[in-house]
Design a protein around this ligand. Structure first.
Ligand SMILES: Nc1ncnc2c1ncn2[C@@H]1O[C@H](COP(=O)(O)OP(=O)(O)O)[C@@H](O)[C@H]1O
Ligand SMILES: CC(=O)N[C@@H](CCC(=O)OP(=O)(O)O)C(=O)O
Length: 297
């Protein structure tokens, strides 16, 4: 049996959420779901429950997912080594086939979870309705195969689904002008979709607390990062590895009108709810300038 104190705490939490629910009512929010937060089934359900709740309280969520670790696992099963250049998977024809199959499986798994919660979802890849059009992307000037750089986003299908109360769940696969299939980094896909549909908010779920001055020490988490500060951290090498393309996408999204961009720890249960509905927020917020901070500390 819950104590009165516990019940009151829950009521307070709900009241704290009120202004955020009002502010984001009918607003499009994009969640990039990938990395380690995808591996654990329990964590998956926690993320999906959060997204379903965002929908049920009146927001218009769109999920863009990855599945890099799952792709690597299945590559291993067929005896293929995964190779990355600048965080991008070197993608030959066979790798493309595996990536598309695995991302399709991940996609339908997420749809299934959302539907089970009684919320409508449709799973798509960037091939459907011409959502993601690409050209070949080079990494460090190097040809790494069927890796796509997004050239345009067709929002027609996404908008139709949202208007009909579905949560669109998008896998990062696209077509070039000759209708050749390409593998797309999921962070790139999330940024492009958020920008094209005019999202109010873009949240990247990843496997670390947020941007840190020392990634080995979670106490060095940076809660708020302005574009100028982000540029400096890139210049002096503080931001590296997989965080580099993520931050570049964050900068792009902010510069292209997505006013709230966040990097959150997807390993933390209900990280989306904490970010969306509490005063403090969690993770790192990337803002054009400090004055735009929406959370009080
Ligand atoms: N300054 C930094 N702050 C946080 N993480 C960083 C930083 N520099 C490098 N990283 C690395 O980036 C990783 C996150 O990127 P990545 O593994 O590609 O995420 P995902 O798989 O979720 O897309 C972290 O686990 C960390 O090792
Ligand atoms: C070109 C490229 O690298 N594509 C990625 C697509 C999946 C992805 O980005 O998944 P995460 O977000 O979980 O890392 C890949 O093949 O791994």
């Amino acid at each position: 049996m819950e104590s009165m104190e516990e019940v009151m705490f829950k009521a307070q939490t709900l009241i704290e959420a009120l202004p955020y629910i009002r502010e984001f009512s009918n607003k499009k929010v994009v969640v990039k779901y990938g990395g380690s937060a995808m591996i654990d089934k329990e964590l998956q359900l926690s993320v999906i429950k959060d997204v379903a709740l965002l929908k049920l309280v009146g927001m218009q969520p769109i999920i863009v997912h990855g599945g890099g670790k799952e792709i690597s696992k299945w590559m291993g099963k067929v005896g293929k080594e995964s190779e990355f250049v600048e965080g991008l998977r070197v993608t030959d024809e066979e790798t493309m086939e595996i990536a598309e199959m695995v991302l399709g499986k991940v996609n339908k798994g997420l749809v299934q979870m959302v539907e089970k919660l009684g919320v409508k979802a449709v799973g798509l890849s960037g091939k459907d309705g011409g959502i993601l059009k690409v050209e070949k992307k080079l990494a460090n000037g190097q040809d790494i195969g069927y890796v796509g750089n997004i050239t345009s986003v067709n929002t027609e299908l996404i908008d139709t689904l949202i208007a009909n109360d579905f949560i669109p769940i998008i896998a990062p696969v696209g077509l070039d002008k000759d209708y050749q299939t390409y593998n797309i980094n999921a962070d790139d896909a999330a940024c492009a979709v958020a920008t094209a549909i005019g999202a109010e908010k873009l949240a990247f779920l990843t496997d670390i607390e947020g941007v840190c001055t020392n990634p080995e020490d979670k106490n060095t988490l940076i809660s708020v990062l302005t574009l100028d500060e982000a540029d400096k951290l890139i210049e002096n090498g503080v931001i590296g590895g997989g965080m580099l393309p993520k931050i570049k996408n964050c900068i792009d999204a902010v510069n292209n009108g997505v006013s709230r961009v966040h990097i959150l720890d997807g390993r933390k249960n209900h990280c989306l709810l904490l970010e969306f509905f509490t005063k403090r927020g969690i993770g790192t917020a990337i803002l054009k300038h400090e004055g735009m901070l929406e959370h009080e500390s």
